[in-house]
Design a protein around this ligand. Structure first.
Ligand SMILES: C=CC1=C(C)c2cc3[nH]c(cc4nc(cc5[nH]c(cc1n2)c(C)c5CCC(=O)O)C(CCC(=O)O)=C4C)c(C)c3C=C
Ligand SMILES: [Fe+2]
Ligand SMILES: [Fe+2]
Length: 335
C-alpha cells in the first residue's frame, strides 16, 4: 500500500479567469463563441423553449457577421488573439513572476472559448495540484459572470473520483486595493491627456433589469465602487457620472445607459469628457470598440469636442499590484 503524499509539498494552482473571446475574428468563430456564451442559463435566464429559437433562429444568424467585423478591428495580430485574452495571459505571466513561489502554479482560463476553465483545472491537476484557487477577475459580482465561472469550475470536478480542494475568489468591488488601483490609473491617464475633461463617466457593463429584480447584487456593487471612487478622487456624482453600457436585446437593462449620459452631457453643452470602465479588468471589445469608437462618435456627433477613453487596469503596475493582493488573499494558508 502506498501512503498519501505530504499535501503541503504539493503545488497549489491559481487560475485567473475572465469572460472570453472568440478564437478568430471570423463569422464562424464568433458564432461558436456567441452560441456558447448566450446559451449559458446564467447569462440569458429566459425559459429555454422561448430563448433557444430566438438564439438559433435570429441572434446567431445576424450578430456574428457584425461582431466579427468589430473583433477584426481590435484583433491582436502579433499573437492572433483578442485583447481580453492577451491581457489575461499577461496578467497570469506577470503574477507568476511577481509572486515567485516555486510551489504555486499560476495560469489563466476563459469562461467562453479557449483555454476553458475545465481544461485548465485538468492541467493543474495533471501537474500535481490538489488545491486550486479560481480568481474571477470581475470586481462586481453578477450571476452571469462570477456565478457562471464558479459553475464551470465546480462542473469540471463533477465526475472526478479524486477532486482537488477548490476556492473561488470573492468579489472585490469595495476593496481598498481595487479603489486605490483605479484611482491611480485614472490620475495617470488623465495627466497624460491633452485636455482637461469637464466630466468623467464611470461606465460599467450593464445587466438586464429583471436579473437585478430577482436579487442579483451587481448594480449595488457597481454603485459602491463608483461612490468609493468619487470619494478617493475628490469627485462627486456630477463630475464622475455612473453609467451602464453594452445593452443586449430589447429588454430593459440597468440605467442610465452610457449612450444616454453622453447624449445628455453633449446636449447640456459639455465639450470635453473622458470615459473609464472600472468593471473590466482588461480591455476588450466592449471598451476598445464600444467606448473607444461608438460612444466617442456619438459624443462628437451630438456636439462634444474632446473625448478620451481611459485604459483598464490590464497588466499595468497598478493592475498587477491589485491582482497580487487578491491572489495572496485567496491562497492564504495554502502556501
Ligand atoms: C464585466 C462584466 C460583464 C457582465 C456583467 C456581462 C453580462 C452580460 N453580457 C451579455 C452579452 C454580451 N457581452 C459581450 C461581450 C462582453 N461582455 C463582457 C463582460 C460582461 N458581460 C466582456 C468583457 C465582453 C467582451 C469580450 C471580448 O471578446 O472582448 C457580448 C459579445 C460582443 C458582441 O458580439 O457584440 C455579448 C453578446 C449579457 C447578455 C450579459 C448579462 C446577462
Ligand atoms: Fe457582456
Ligand atoms: Fe458591445
Amino acid at each position: 500500500m502506498t501512503s498519501a503524499p505530504i499535501s503541503r509539498e504539493a503545488p497549489v494552482g491559481l487560475l485567473l479567469v475572465n469572460l472570453g473571446t472568440p478564437d478568430a475574428p471570423d463569422v464562424a468563430a464568433v458564432r461558436r463563441y456567441l452560441a456558447e456564451f448566450l446559451s449559458d442559463r446564467r447569462v440569458v435566464d429566459l425559459p429555454r423553449a422561448l430563448w433557444l429559437p430566438i438564439l438559433y433562429g435570429v441572434v446567431l444568424n445576424t450578430r456574428p457577421a457584425r461582431s466579427a467585423k468589430l473583433y477584426e478591428s481590435i484583433w491582436n495580430r502579433d499573437t492572433s488573439e483578442g485583447p481580453l485574452k492577451t491581457f489575461t495571459r499577461l496578467q497570469a505571466e506577470k503574477l507568476q513572476a511577481r509572486i515567485g513561489a516555486s510551489n504555486l502554479i499560476i495560469d489563466y482560463a476563459l469562461r467562453y472559448g479557449a483555454p476553458s476553465i475545465a481544461t485548465q483545472i485538468e492541467s493543474l491537476i495533471a501537474k500535481g495540484c490538489a488545491r486550486i484557487a479560481v480568481l474571477p477577475l470581475y470586481p462586481q459580482y453578477a450571476s452571469s459572470t462570477t456565478g457562471s465561472a464558479a459553475d464551470a469550475a465546480f462542473d469540471a470536478l463533477r465526475e472526478m473520483r479524486k477532486q482537488p480542494a477548490l476556492r473561488i475568489g470573492a468579489p472585490y468591488y469595495d476593496d481598498p486595493a481595487y479603489i486605490d488601483a483605479l484611482a491611480a490609473n485614472i490620475r495617470h491617464a488623465r495627466a497624460a491627456l491633452d485636455f482637461e475633461p469637464e466630466v468623467i463617466i464611470a461606465s460599467f457593463h450593464g445587466l438586464p433589469q429583471a436579473q437585478i429584480d430577482r436579487g442579483d447584487p451587481y448594480r449595488a456593487h457597481c454603485e459602491a465602487t463608483w461612490r468609493l471612487l468619487c470619494e478617493r478622487l475628490g469627485m462627486n456624482a456630477l463630475s464622475l457620472r455612473l453609467a451602464f453600457q453594452s445593452r443586449f436585446g430589447r429588454a430593459r437593462w440597468i440605467e442610465p445607459y452610457t449612450s444616454d449620459v453622453v447624449t445628455e452631457l453633449a446636449g447640456a453643452g459639455v465639450k470635453r469628457i473622458a470615459v473609464v470602465a472600472p468593471g473590466f479588468a482588461a480591455d476588450c471589445l466592449e471598451t476598445i470598440e464600444e467606448l473607444g469608437v461608438e460612444i466617442r462618435d456619438l459624443f462628437l456627433e451630438k456636439g462634444g469636442e474632446k473625448y478620451a477613453r481611459l485604459p483598464c487596469l490590464n497588466d499595468s503596475a497598478e493592475g498587477m499590484a491589485l491582482i497580487e493582493t487578491l491572489a495572496k488573499r485567496e491562497i492564504a494558508g495554502w502556501i
